[in-house]
Design a protein around this ligand. Structure first.
Ligand SMILES: [Zn+2]
Length: 42
C-alpha cells in the first residue's frame, strides 16, 4: 500500500498526484511507502 508523503492518504502506484491534497507523489515507490519524511516546495 502506498501513502501520500504530504497528507498520508492512501495512493495508487499509477497515480502521479495525491487525489486528496494534490501533492506530487515521488517516483520512487519506496519513498511513498515510508509515508512521511519528504517535504517538497514550501
Ligand atoms: Zn496527499
Amino acid at each position: 500500500m502506498m501513502y501520500c508523503p504530504r497528507c498520508g492518504s492512501k495512493t495508487k502506484a499509477e497515480e502521479s498526484y495525491c487525489v486528496i491534497c494534490g501533492a506530487q507523489l515521488p517516483k520512487d515507490i519506496d519513498e511513498r511507502a515510508q509515508g512521511q519524511g519528504l517535504t517538497v516546495g514550501g
